[in-house]
Design a protein around this ligand. Structure first.
Ligand SMILES: Nc1ncnc2c1ncn2[C@@H]1O[C@H](COP(=O)(O)OP(=O)(O)OP(=O)(O)O)[C@@H](O)[C@H]1O
Length: 251
């Protein structure tokens, strides 16, 4: 595991991405603060998911570098990249659990895949993780189809945390949830962050949800058409006079 201690967990250095003739990201230069919650906000098609894919090394920059925990991830070979991805935990839009595995087995999966832990160690770790996200031992035995949407997100979060990642990535983590469950999930994300922030744990969230973003983020990166319009701490963001931001805030 990385002992990285720089100011930014992720740095985009002159990142440009083109698909064919269309430019999707334009010469981005900024850093995502280590130990903080940063939300990437913007309208559909702004390039948020493409940016996230660069952080994970799933797509290569057309120009520039993406430096994660001090390593230019776009320069790693396949094997090193696979190992490096242990630094990340991910929670995607639809929780993306394995349907045929119980909650317990879903959380145990990365431990079986990537560690040499024995069954007893796995049990202790999985039950601790499930407890930390509010999943009972009884619910641990259930299949995802037997859980509510909010509970599936909790299990997804527990699974994302299994390998003690340095960076958690959430792509639209609450889409499809009702407003109350949305806030429960955000509370959980924040609690998870606070429990781990002493070790530089960084949370990066992609969202359209302005209200949750203002409530839960430390920093906000607002993107429009492949460019960063503002990158500010949340209090400064609320006061931004930028007309694009004002329009978004008034929605
Ligand atoms: N593999 C690809 N090939 C071609 N174009 C792509 C590809 N991936 C994304 N794009 C285009 O890049 C632009 C940005 O897409 P992206 O998914 O990053 O936006 P987004 O901000 O995440 O949007 P949303 O909020 O709707 O998910 C879109 O116009 C999309 O069509």
């Amino acid at each position: 595991m990385s002992e990285f201690s720089g100011e930014y967990s992720v740095e985009f250095k002159g990142l440009t991405k083109k698909f064919g003739d269309s430019t999707i990201l334009y010469n981005l230069n900024f850093g995502i603060h280590r130990g903080k919650i940063t939300t990437i906000l913007g309208f559909s098609g702004a390039g948020k998911t493409t940016l996230m894919k660069h952080i994970l090394g799933l797509v290569d920059p057309t120009e520039g570098d993406v430096v994660v925990l001090g390593t230019a991830i776009n320069k790693l070979g396949e094997l090193d990249l696979r190992e490096f991805r242990r630094n990340f935990g991910m929670v995607f839009q639809y929780a993306a659990l394995f349907d045929f595995l119980s909650s317990y087995e879903n959380v145990a999966f990365p431990l079986r895949e990537f560690t040499k832990m024995n069954e007893e160690e796995i049990r202790t770790k999985v039950m601790g993780l499930l407890e930390s996200v509010g999943i009972s031992p009884e619910a641990a035995k259930r299949l995802p189809s037997e859980l509510s949407g909010g509970m599936r997100k909790r299990v997804g979060l527990a699974r994302g945390l299994a390998l003690d990642p340095h960076i958690m990535l959430y792509d639209e983590p609450t889409s499809g949830l009702d407003p109350i469950t949305t806030h429960v999930v955000y509370d959980l994300m924040r609690d998870t962050h606070r429990r781990n922030e002493h070790r530089g744990f960084t949370s990066i969230i992609i969202s359209h949800d302005i209200h949750a973003t203002l409530k839960y983020s430390d920093y906000i990166v607002f993107m429009e058409k492949g460019r960063v319009v503002e990158h500010l701490d949340v209090e400064s963001f609320k006061k931004s006079e930028n007309p694009v931001i004002r329009r978004f805030l008034e929605l």
